[in-house]
Write a new protein. Sequence first.
Length: 132
Amino acid sequence: SFDVLLPDRSTTKRNYEKGVIPAPFVICDSVGVDFVEFHWMVSMSKFFQYKVYLSSEPILDEFTPDNPINSSARLMKTIRDVHQTSMRITGLLPDTTYYVVVSATEWSSLTGYYEIQFTTNKLLTEEEPNGD
């Protein structure tokens, strides 16, 4: 039997060929009482998919190496069209803070993440002044 000491594999041909991790950037376009609209930008060489997650608590934990997405987050959509880079989420509660994460994955399985936080608008009642 032999004991084999393997060097650091981060510089192997396979890891170089995987390329750079995608870095999505998410911009919140509009927030209403029960919806949010946002879009994202990302540069990738070999697109595979986007995933959009929603939660009322922070989603992204970059210190968890296996899966940085919080288990309480809800997968809203898996997108396989490289050109679909905007989304509207409806059915949200008024005056509530939410978190959205967009993940971008290449064919090499490299995945980048970006998280935004927003608060839906407060629902005005008849008793409350509306600024008129």
